[in-house]
Design a protein around this ligand. Sequence first.
Ligand code: PEP
Ligand code: MG
Length: 366
Amino acid sequence: EPKLSGDFATLMGWADEVRRLKVRANAETPLDADTARKFGAEGIGLCRTEHMFFDADRIGSVRQMIMSETEGGRRAALEKLLPFQRSDFVELFRIMAGLPVTIRLLDPPLHEFLPHKDEELAEVAESLGADLATMKRRAADLSEANPMLGHRGCRLGVTFPEIYEMQARAIFEAALEIAEETGKPVVPEIMIPLVGMKKELEITRAQVDKVAKEVFEAKGKSVEYLVGTMIELPRAALTADRIAESADFFSFGTNDLTQTTFGLSRDDAGKFLPYYVEKDILPKDPFVSLDVEGVGALVEIAAEKGRKTKDKLKLGICGEHGGDPASIQFCETAGLDYVSCSPYRVPVARLAAAQAALSGGSDRTA
Ligand code: PEP
Ligand code: MG
């Protein structure tokens, strides 16, 4: 088992003795997962599955899936992606060896998957037996003025249920395989992105449950699993008591929550934010250090409402803020159970979590 060594390991050991917050990592590749464990991550808090679909041998099937105008066409493409996804999750579960792994179902800005170049369009046209003009029209139909506020996250899973069904199948088959291989339980945590309405979670959760039943019946064995949601839209935070009725856990996606609370694109923030910080209109870049006053208030509302519905509701954070010491201080105060950050920030997060615990989680502006 990989471990940090020497004085650094000793220091980390002291931090671990006092901290209350668990520290997980955001990881989707075996290398990330290995690194995360080496730095002491206690699980994966966010596996962004869309990152798994850009490999040269997969992107063609992904485009085929998105561009198909029929469910049959989408299913044919997903059939090709299933073995890739299954082996992705087998590797992650194997590396994480029984630690919790939160897998987020597909959440791409759709435009990242659409074919743009003529050769890409021609390739999809051939795989779908369609002509180039039809493909161009389809790509134009699917393209959006504001992809980050568009057909992404669970909206994709709601409108194309077969996508989340494929992913759920891959997760359950992989979990069964590793549970058998190791003789230890594997409890996947399946996370639904960009939920704004309880119905969205109900619908996608039902898809996951249906697939679980099918896989467990076919294999004659089962695993336990959790289904939870990201809280990354103000509407989700404000209706968290209702959403919690269908959720086993919440994970705060503070990148999107910051974007949607400020109404400020996370991709263009650099254009004028530095000026705002310089002029003290904002104390810090809210995409780096949690905006306690606004975004933090929504986190607190959601935590309180969620736990009013389920008092043991597991709460985490997986936005960039999960690796920022001042934000971790806030997470301690807000009563979260864990933070999840990039693998390389895990040691910093362990120290920050210890410091937050020692200061009683009271220093709201640290
Ligand atoms: C988030 O929005 O904070 C999040 C973790 O998801 P992503 O960055 O992938 O949108
Ligand atoms: Mg997000």
